[in-house]
Design a binder for this molecule. Structure first.
Ligand code: KIV
Ligand code: ZN
Length: 541
């Protein structure tokens, strides 16, 4: 990468003397504003149709958004018609404000107000670009002239508000490209706009600070935000909002640090849709708060719905590793992770812990309506704990610790041979057919438990042997008969588990290093079946 010399810092950052934000914490949800239907939509190869916008809008309302930027009504007929549709069909709940974007030009402002006619609550969002590069290269205007664009727009909006007195008006101003604007100049422009709006609306004006492009690390942006919060006039009567893009991949961090720095409101889009690298991902920011024990006041308890609506309406895909929502975020492929997860889940269940704390699972998948089932997938990289965990989850078998290693290797082998990951059903099937009540050279042809005595007929190859003995002695008798027929077995482990009125017996034969399982309603028969399975496994080795 030779050309790094072609770049320089885009923002001349002066370290503030007494910054306060690093010592702060996020303790409550900000005001959220979704820009999915404006910034997100304008960044799509095929912008949404009116029907898609309606579906998306209804979803945003259903999960708790109270402020939704629905479009730039003057930018296209669809945007205008969508605004009209929502208003004329009473689609906007009384506690929801629709927001629309406008430039500072009279014909645009006039048409914007036409689009909003009849709305109960509406936010008019005025913007103009203020950075040095835009002033010099794009607009060829001085600082004074660019400031005048903003104040002229603000004045015009004051006039139009008076023409539409039946709407509760809220006003927002964005010094676009704020992140690369000189701070003292940005403050001057913002204060000039605030001065124009003072006394013209009953509601608090919103000053939206865009990281139109992310040009520095999030801490630098937080310093900029803190500076604005400390230097704008009448701060307590202004809502400071953040609109971060994601050019450096830090849109979420930039928004979070801005909240520490004093911002009251966050603009962003689900899954970070938006121009270029997108806007800050609101779902991500909200869920980050949730896992720190702060109510985000947005409901992502059915996170797959968010993904489905987003993918359907935008035709974009949510990546499999997308925080909280990706297909793979509740999986663990590594054996040590699987083991730790299964121990963590067990501890939560048994110790009835007050707080969620499971290694490698920062959030309970159930909280977002995801399943435990796909948490662990078995492939040739998985470890012993993962397989045992899945078997227990699926059929309740508590595989003895010492047996887990062998089963882990066995299933890995099956996966290796298949050259693919195994699903839970395949794992259970392979496990049972290899270990349990295994048929082969030996089999029970008759079994009678007459309370005190037990009578068993066992087929060994072509021969049938009959064993009859008192219950206490039957296993010894069984071993003696096997020995006479050439099978000498040394039982080292025998572990029983009762499950659904059946007894599962896990046995380990040391000399041959064989584990096997028997299952039956009758305890003795379960043990004999386990031993027969072990012999049959030995025979096949
Ligand atoms: O990114 C940006 O600066 C914008 C403004 C219009 C707020 O989208
Ligand atoms: Zn934007």
């Amino acid at each position: 990468m030779e050309n790094y010399q072609n770049y320089k810092k885009l923002y001349d950052w002066k370290k503030p003397k007494n910054r306060k934000w690093p010592d702060k914490e996020i303790v409550s949800a900000p005001i959220w504003c979704s820009v999915d239907l404006r910034d997100g939509n304008q960044a799509l190869a095929n912008p949404m149709t009116i029907d898609e916008k309606i579906e998306f809008f209804d979803y945003l309302v259903s999960i708790g958004f109270k402020e939704i930027e629905i479009g730039f009504p003057v930018a296209s007929e669809t945007e205008f018609q969508f605004t009209r549709y929502l208003i004329e069909n009473n689609k906007i709940p009384d506690d929801v404000k629709i927001q629309v974007l406008t430039q500072s030009r009279e014909e645009i402002i006039a048409r914007t107000f036409e689009a909003l006619e009849g709305a109960k609550n509406a936010i008019v969002h005025l913007y103009n670009s203020t950075s040095k590069i835009q002033r010099e290269v794009v607009f060829h205007k001085s600082q004074e002239e660019v400031k005048k664009i903003a104040t002229d727009g603000a004045k015009l909006i004051n006039e139009y508000i008076k023409k539409y007195p039946n709407t509760n008006w809220y006003l927002e101003y964005s010094p676009e490209s704020f992140s690369t604007t000189e701070l003292d100049y940005a403050t001057e422009v913002i204060n000039a706009v605030l001065k124009e709006w003072k006394g013209h609306i009953k509601t608090k004006p919103i000053i939206n600070l865009p990281a139109t492009i992310e040009c520095a690390m999030p801490n630098v942006f937080a310093d900029q935000v803190e500076y604005i919060c400390e230097n704008i006039e009448n701060r307590e009567n202004v809502i400071v909002s953040i609109h971060s893009h994601n050019d450096r991949g830090c849109g979420v961090a930039t928004s979070e640090m801005s909240l520490l720095a004093g911002a009251d409101r966050i603009e962003g889009a689900l899954f970070g849709n938006g121009e270029r690298t997108g806007n800050a991902d609101i779902l991500n920011i909200a869920m980050n708060m949730y896992v720190l024990g702060v109510d985000p006041e947005l409901d992502f308890s059915h996170i797959n719905d968010a993904k489905a609506i987003y993918e359907k309406c935008t035709k974009m895909k949510v990546g499999p590793r997308h925080p909280y929502a990706g297909e793979l975020v509740f999986t663990a492929f590594s054996g040590s992770h699987q083991d730790a997860i299964s121990k963590g889940l067990k501890a939560i269940k048994e110790e009835k812990k007050e707080y969620w704390e499971v290694p490698y699972l920062p959030i309970n998948p159930k909280d977002v309506s995801r399943e435990y089932e796909p948490i662990i997938r078995i492939n040739s990289q998985s470890g012993k704990g993962g397989v045992a965990f899945i078997i227990e989850q699926e059929i309740g078998y508590q595989i003895p610790k010492k047996m887990q290693k062998e089963i882990g290797y066995f299933i890995k082998n099956v996966s290796d041979k298949a050259h693919r990951e195994l699903n839970n059903q395949e794992i259970v099937k392979a496990f049972l057919s290899n270990y349990e009540n295994r048929l082969g050279t030996l089999k029970i042809t008759k079994y009678e438990n007459k309370k005190d005595t037990i009578k068993i007929s066992i087929q060994i190859k072509e021969k049938i042997i009959e064993i009859e003995s008192a219950i206490d002695n039957i296993i010894d008798c069984f071993f003696a008969n096997l020995k006479e027929n050439g099978y000498s077995i040394e039982l080292e482990e025998c572990i029983e588990q009762v499950l659904d009125k059946k007894i599962i017996t896990y046995v380990y034969i040391r000399k041959d290093n064989i584990w096997a399982i028997g299952i039956d309603k009758d305890k003795t028969k379960s043990k004999i079946l386990a031993l027969i399975s072990a012999v049959n496994r030995m025979e096949e080795k």
